[in-house]
Design a protein around this ligand. Structure first.
Ligand code: ATP
Ligand code: MG
Length: 397
C-alpha cells in the first residue's frame, strides 16, 4: 500500500464562480513543483489535492518539502492509503502510525466519510478503530477532549486514508491567479519579505535590482540573486532584471543638490522599474518601504517617488515593526542572507542631511539639469535578465 500526500486547499474553497479556475491553476502549480522529484500523479477531488508517487524511484521526501511551500495550500499530511474496510484501516494505522501512538500519552480517532456508501458513520468508524487501538496500545489512554495525538481516518471515493496530524503549509492563493508584479529587490531584509507577501496573494513575482559597479561589488549582486532564489522556494520561477545604475548615480551626484540625492535616485528606480514592469506584463510594483524607517520613507517622500509611476505600488510592510518583518524573514529563510554585510547602491552618495518633507516642485526643480529620459533609455537598453528557481538554480553565495 502506498504513501500519498493530501494537500488541503485554503481560501480557494471560499471562492464562488472562480473556484474551478483557481483549483486548476493550483493543480498545475503542484504538478510543476513536484516534477523535479520524480513521477507523481496529481489529482483533485473533494477540495483536496492528492499527490501520489507512481514508482519507487520517486523522491518522496523531496516532494514533501516542495509541497510545504506552495501557495494556496493551508495544510498537508502524509497518509497511507488502504482498502475501504475496518480491518485494512486498522492494519494500516498499526503499521504507519503505531510508533507515534506508543509515544503519545493519550489519543483519539477522528473519522471523515465523504463516501456516503460506506456502511458505517464517521462516529462508528472512530469508535470501532479507537477500541482496537486502545487494546493494541495499553499504555496510551483514550482522551476524546484533549488528546496528545489524533489519528485521522478518511474514507473517500477511491480508498481510505490514515494519517497523523496535518502540518501547516504556505497558505495564501495559488501563484498566478492574481496577475504579475515587479518587486524592487535590494539586498536588505525588507524587500524579499515584501515579495513573499504579495506572492502569497497569488501574484507571480518578477524582480528588478539596481547595482552600481564599481561602487557596489559583484558579491552584493550575488547576494541579491541568492535572495531572489530563496524567494522562489515559494513563488516559483522568476526573472531578475539587473539594471546598471552607476551612470545615473554619477549624474545625480554631479548635477543635483545633495539633500535630494536619495529622492531623485528613488524616482529613477521607480520609473525604470515601471517601464520594465509594463514590458513584462506586470500590473504593479512592490517595495519593502516602511513608514518612518528612513528619511526616504515619509509620506511626503513616498508622494514624490510615487509620482513618476502610473501603476499601483504595493508596500505590504508599510505599517509593520522591524521585529515583525524579521520574524517573517527568518520563517521564510531569507534573513541569514539579508544580513550578509554587502553594500547597496542606496548607501552610495547618501546625503548627510536628506530632505524628509520634500514637495514635488522642489524635487522636479532639483532634477532640472538632468536629461532624465535619456538616462532612463540608456539604463533600459542594458538590462541583464537572470532566471532563477529554487531547487534547480545553484546557490549564488
Ligand atoms: P530593504 O531592507 O528592502 O533594503 P530598506 O529598509 O533598506 O529596505 P531603502 O534602502 O530605503 O529601505 O529601500 C526601500 C525600498 O526600495 C526597498 O525595500 C526596495 O524595495 C527598494 N530598493 C532599495 N534599494 C534597491 C536596489 N538597489 N535595487 C532595487 N530596489 C531597491
Ligand atoms: Mg536597503
Amino acid at each position: 500500500m502506498k504513501e500519498i500526500f493530501l494537500l488541503k486547499l485554503g481560501e480557494i474553497v471560499l471562492k464562488g464562480s472562480n473556484k474551478r479556475q483557481f483549483e486548476a491553476k493550483l493543480r498545475s502549480n503542484v504538478r510543476r513543483r513536484v516534477k523535479p522529484y520524480g513521477e507523481f500523479d496529481v489529482y483533485l477531488m473533494q477540495s483536496t489535492i492528492y499527490v501520489e508517487p507512481m514508482n519507487d524511484e520517486a523522491d518522496v521526501d523531496g516532494a514533501w518539502e516542495a509541497c510545504k511551500h506552495i501557495f494556496g495550500i493551508v495544510n498537508i499530511c502524509r497518509c497511507r492509503a488502504c482498502e475501504k474496510n475496518l480491518d485494512a484501516i486498522f492494519a494500516a494505522i498499526e503499521e504507519y502510525l503505531g510508533d507515534d501512538l506508543d509515544a503519545a500519552r493519550s489519543f483519539k480517532v477522528e473519522s471523515r466519510r465523504s463516501d456516503k456508501q460506506f456502511p458505517l458513520t464517521s462516529i462508528q468508524i472512530s469508535q470501532h478503530i479507537g477500541g482496537l487501538l486502545a487494546e493494541a496500545h495499553p499504555t496510551t489512554e483514550v482522551d476524546v477532549h484533549n488528546p496528545d495525538y489524533t489519528v485521522f481516518v478518511e474514507v473517500r471515493d477511491l480508498a481510505a486514508y490514515v494519517h497523523g496530524p496535518a502540518v501547516p503549509a504556505a497558505g495564501g492563493l495559488p501563484t498566478g491567479v492574481g496577475g504579475r508584479a515587479m518587486c524592487l529587490l535590494s539586498g536588505g531584509i525588507d524587500s524579499p519579505v515584501a515579495a513573499h507577501m504579495i506572492g502569497k496573494r497569488g501574484v507571480e513575482i518578477e524582480c528588478v535590482h539596481f547595482f552600481s559597479y564599481p561602487y557596489t561589488s559583484q558579491l552584493a549582486k550575488d547576494k541579491v540573486l541568492e535572495l531572489a532564489r530563496l524567494v522562489t522556494k515559494y513563488t516559483g520561477r522568476m526573472t531578475v532584471n539587473i539594471v546598471s545604475f552607476t551612470q545615473i548615480q554619477e549624474a545625480i551626484r554631479d548635477n543635483c543638490p545633495e539633500e535630494f540625492f536619495t529622492l531623485i535616485m528613488r524616482r529613477f528606480m521607480m520609473e525604470i522599474s515601471a517601464r520594465i514592469a509594463k514590458q513584462d506584463g506586470c500590473g504593479a510594483l512592490i517595495t519593502g518601504e516602511n513608514l518612518g524607517q528612513v528619511a526616504s520613507q515619509t509620506m511626503e517622500a513616498m508622494t514624490v517617488t510615487g509620482a513618476v509611476v502610473d501603476i499601483p505600488i504595493f508596500m505590504p510592510l508599510v505599517g509593520m515593526d522591524k521585529e515583525e518583518i524579521v520574524t517573517i524573514a527568518r520563517r521564510i529563510g531569507t534573513f541569514q542572507t539579508s544580513v550578509l554585510p554587502y553594500e547597496d547602491c542606496c548607501t552610495v552618495f547618501t546625503p548627510k542631511h536628506p530632505k524628509t518633507k520634500p514637495t514635488l516642485g522642489q524635487v522636479v526643480n532639483a532634477e532640472r539639469k538632468l536629461d532624465r529620459q535619456a538616462l532612463i533609455e540608456e539604463a533600459l537598453a542594458n538590462v541583464e535578465k537572470v532566471s532563477v528557481i529554487y531547487g534547480e538554480t545553484e546557490p549564488f553565495c
